[in-house]
Design a protein around this ligand. Sequence first.
Ligand code: PMP
Ligand code: GLN
Length: 383
Amino acid sequence: MASLDLTSKLPGTKTSIFSKMSKMAQEHDALNLSQGFPNFETDSKLQELVTKAMENGHNQYPPDAGVVELREMISEKFRSLYGYTYNPNNEVTVTSGATEALFCTISAFVKKGDEVIVLKPAYDSYEPTIQLAGGKPIQIQLKGQDYKVDWQEVKSAITSRTRMIIINTPHNPTGTVLSKEDMLQLQQILEGTNIILLSDEVYQHLIFDQLEHNSAARFPKLAERAIICGSFGKTFHNTGWKTGYCVAPEFLMQEIRKIHELTVFSVNHPMQRAYAEYLKEPEHYLELPEFYQKKRDYFLNLIQGSRFTYIPSKGTYFQLLNFSGITSENDVNFAERLVREYKLAAIPVSVFNINQQDNSQLRFCFAKTDETLEKAAEILCNL
Ligand code: PMP
Ligand code: GLN
């Protein structure tokens, strides 16, 4: 083997916890409620639309920014839901999942020495991407059992080097959502600064208890400096299709598109055609809060007799469960033991926290069939 002198660009970054726990689940033949994906099928109508798109010859490169009809549908969805109009020509881009949108956005704007405020616990792709761009994540811990943002602390963390702040609502992994009041405070803090807002809204349609999704697009003073990311994989139960998008004012989008062209150039063509058609019926996404709230409630009812404690998730398809009534071992050990000994996989929340702070919480994905939720609950109730 050649002996090359290599220095890792990301020395602190390990294999994602999602890959690790899903692999363990497979090895131990365990129920997998760890990585966030549904174990039921995407709508057969949508699959037929993909087949039709292939049969109709949509098998070569689509336009780099995405199929025009899909960009139009995304724009229309933002207009009708949040009252903000993005120009489909130059303010909407279809990406390879929200992951690529996040990567392109951070790469486009974060330079060496720039600071980016990240609210912890945070989705695991943000910080390595910031570091890869030469930036410095400034971590701020969400507070209390219900993971509230301390906006005063956010304000105090802003310096002349702050380039960006990343928010995520509904929030992975905690299942909390930002209120209108939160967004107004953020708007006030950012006013007059040079800070870009990256708003990760991949779970925008997974929101419960009649709560409204407070998209950054609802707040014009935020929208004018915001990039909003979305994921069709989350919305339409097909995470493996890896199709998402971002929307932003033109002066931001033109920079993002440069990176998008360099990373993937364009995104799979037949899926885009299918989504464009499928989005013509808004009920396909408007029915999601009810659909997932039923799953959340079913799961929580099933574990009533267990020794776990929790605050019901307000959004996403994740539920945090506190296990301090069961064991004092750390969450990573408990999660690993749960897979090995009890055949149930979950995500230890400490991996997303500052300094891996351990609050005795595991994250369970409830985007599962009733049968899977029943089996998982039986295991949890016996602990
Ligand atoms: N952001 C968050 C908060 C997520 O949970 C996910 C889901 N994996 C993503 C971004 C990435 O979405 P996608 O699968 O569309 O790349
Ligand atoms: N977003 C998904 C989760 O939080 C997983 C995505 C991934 O595997 N990278 O579980």
